[in-house]
Design a protein around this ligand. Structure first.
Ligand code: CA
Length: 623
């Protein structure tokens, strides 16, 4: 009996030891990560918070000894595998390397050599973007495979499979570097690439929005230094770079999702809860609590954990991450994914902290909403957001996108056809700065423009002429210049097809005029002509806009500045050419005698009556 009790006690003790040894009895402290991995001396904000991850790292005593650098506070959190170090880097701290020492019982167990770098001193960086730019949006996996050797990477399960529309196809940073001249030559001045950070997900990882490592470029696209080279190449070719960032969610393969620093790092529900995706609930004064809660805290997808930005450690992590990439790579702007979804106060803090370091920068937030007020709420200094100020300069103009995609396919009506464009622009008084909106006819989430314009080259030309002369910052999706088609209802892979010629054995190479069809060249040349003209037109980038009520299917508006006026005519009629009497536009035209249509390259001597072909656009410089 006695022996049995002893045996039982012994077994219990062994089980206990095996179960809890890693917590209570082990001296095993290891260091796996410090993020940000390095920082810079001379930042505006002296505060820096380091996330330290490693087994039982919270048991360590931490010390730093470096002139101008002070370890202010060591934060322990729920999970013993994390520490958050509050550090102050004072103005007199010099670039160099210092040791972060981790000790247990006065014995050194780990050391991290932390580098304070000299700040990026290149002169052509962090320039921001504005309406003088035209942005080319491309999806890195689908543009050009410049390095087939990185198509498949050991220990990364989502392998290259070009036959699968949702699979990885092998496009990469080297492919983009090889084609910056193509983008520049087309007439663009900026490039926005869908996210390039690691997405080490089991499948459907190519799009980049399920980030699994916020400090690492995905190996299948390249390395961190390849990214810096890409930014440098773009700058050499007069292309600004806009980095796509995601603060709302992350891939569930992230180390800090598998080993959560604390329960409220992410939003968790008793059962999987997806966002309702109704962004206006955030600002709707009648919205129910449950709708608001599910909108911002629900998960974007089963494989994307929803961050809780109210958690101050997470907020700091994300904000420092974005500043790290700006300083490290020299990018000029950020496109922030799903802008209304994260906690809006944290997002305002983020924009303020970015602009405190980089006053010339620009950020565009993806505000995917259908009505102007729902968007206008989010722009910096909004007049309709009460006490809230997002400090976000630029928004995606989805209301105008929807109007463009309907206007050219419709018969004219009181609110249809050209009136759609007119009535969206008529609401610009709601925006503090309509000229800082991103305008577009499609992107990586939407039907291809050529498809939604019923594959009609005339409609395509009108839409492009409008896009490149309206207020705002035009963005064109890769392949639109060669009339790539596809509907999102077929699946996202169909609106993100490979650029023809981007892969070694492609039958056609649309990067060259020879490889494009006659129709593709017509579209390409049309776009290139307007883009090239637009580059140095202050009248378009900062001129006023005055428009006239569309009549008989013809929409006329003017862009004007001190010394120049440009007249844009959109004739949406299918049937007959128009003999446009311009008497009604006298307030904009009275000082001018003649004009030059930059589309047809024809001189117009009689401005009183202008001949406009059916279903066409004219961009007339008034003389
Ligand atoms: Ca590749």
């Amino acid at each position: 009996m006695k022996n049995k009790t002893h045996l039982r006690t012994l077994i219990f003790l062994i089980i206990f030891l095996l179960t809890f040894s890693h917590l209570s009895f082990s001296n095993n402290i290891s260091l796996e990560r410090v993020e940000p991995m390095f920082w810079w001396a001379g930042m505006q904000n002296p505060d820096l918070q380091l996330l330290v991850h490693g087994e039982n790292i919270s048991q360590a005593e931490v010390s730093i000894n470096y002139e101008g650098v002070k370890l202010k506070k060591v934060n322990k959190v729920e999970n013993p595998n994390y520490l958050f170090l509050d550090i102050v880097v004072s103005k007199n701290a010099k670039p160099g390397i210092f040791e972060i020492k981790f000790k247990k019982n006065n014995k050194l167990v780990e050391t991290y050599k932390y580098e304070l770098r000299e700040r990026n001193t290149k002169t052509d960086i962090n320039k921001g973007f504005d309406a003088s730019d035209a942005i080319y949006l491309l999806m890195p996996d689908r543009f050009f495979n410049g390095n087939p050797a990185n198509d498949n990477i050991k220990l990364m399960p989502d392998k290259s499979d070009r036959k699968n529309p949702d699979g990885r196809h092998g496009g990469d940073i080297q492919g983009i570097i090889n084609h910056v001249d193509y983008i520049e030559n087309l007439g663009f001045t900026a490039v926005w690439m869908n996210p390039l950070l690691e997405n080490n997900m089991p499948k459907y990882s190519y799009h980049g929005y399920a980030i699994s490592d916020f400090y690492k470029i995905d190996k299948r696209l390249g390395t961190n230094s390849d990214y810096v080279n890409l930014v440098d190449s773009c700058h050499k070719h007069n292309l600004k770079v806009i980095m796509d960032m995601v603060f709302n969610h992350c891939g569930i393969e992230s180390y800090f999702i598998k080993d959560l620093p604390m329960k409220d790092w992410i939003h968790q529900f008793p059962e999987f809860t997806r966002s309702n995706f109704h962004a206006p609930t955030v600002i709707d004064t009648h919205a129910s609590d449950i709708d608001k809660d599910v909108m911002t805290n629900g998960w974007f997808d089963t494989n994307m954990a929803d961050f809780n930005q109210k958690n101050k450690f997470l907020a700091n992590y994300l904000i420092q991450n974005s500043i790290w990439w700006i300083e490290y790579s020299g990018i000029d702007g950020i496109r922030m994914d799903t802008y209304p979804y994260p906690d809006k106060d944290m997002m305002a803090e983020w924009t303020m902290r970015v602009f405190a370091e980089y006053p010339n920068f620009n950020i565009v937030g993806e505000t995917w909403v259908q009505k102007v007020p729902f968007a206008a709420y989010w722009q910096k200094d909004s007049k309709i957001s009460g006490n809230y100020n997002s400090m976000l300069p630029s928004l995606t103009d989805f209301p105008l996108y929807s109007a463009i995609n309907k206007a050219f396919n419709e018969k004219e009506g009181w609110t249809e056809g050209m009136a759609r464009l007119y009535y969206v622009l008529a609401q610009d008084f709601l925006y503090p700065n309509p000229n800082n909106l991103l305008v577009f006819v499609d992107n990586h989430d939407l039907d291809r423009a050529f498809s939604s314009l019923n594959k009609d080259i005339k409609k395509y030309k009108m839409a492009m002429a409008f896009l490149l002369t309206v207020r705002g910052i035009p963005q064109i999706y890769y392949g639109t210049e060669i009339l790539m088609d596809g509907l999102s209802s077929q699946g996202h892979g169909f609106i993100r097809k490979d650029f023809p010629g981007g892969w070694k054995n492609d039958k056609v190479n649309a990067f060259t005029a020879k490889g494009r069809s006659a129709l593709q060249n017509e579209a390409f040349d049309y776009l290139q002509n307007i883009l090239t003209w637009r580059k140095n037109q202050a009248v378009i980038s900062r001129g006023e806009l005055k428009h006239f009520i569309p009549e008989d299917g013809v929409y006329v508006y003017f862009r004007y500045i001190e010394n120049k006026t440009v007249m844009i005519i959109l004739n949406n009629n299918e049937e007959a050419d128009k003999d446009l009497n311009t008497k009604r536009f006298a307030e904009c035209m009275k000082d001018y005698k003649s004009g030059f249509d930059i589309i047809s390259h024809k001189q117009i001597d009689n401005l009183k009556n202008i001949k406009v072909a059916a279903k066409s656009a004219m961009i007339i410089e008034l003389k």
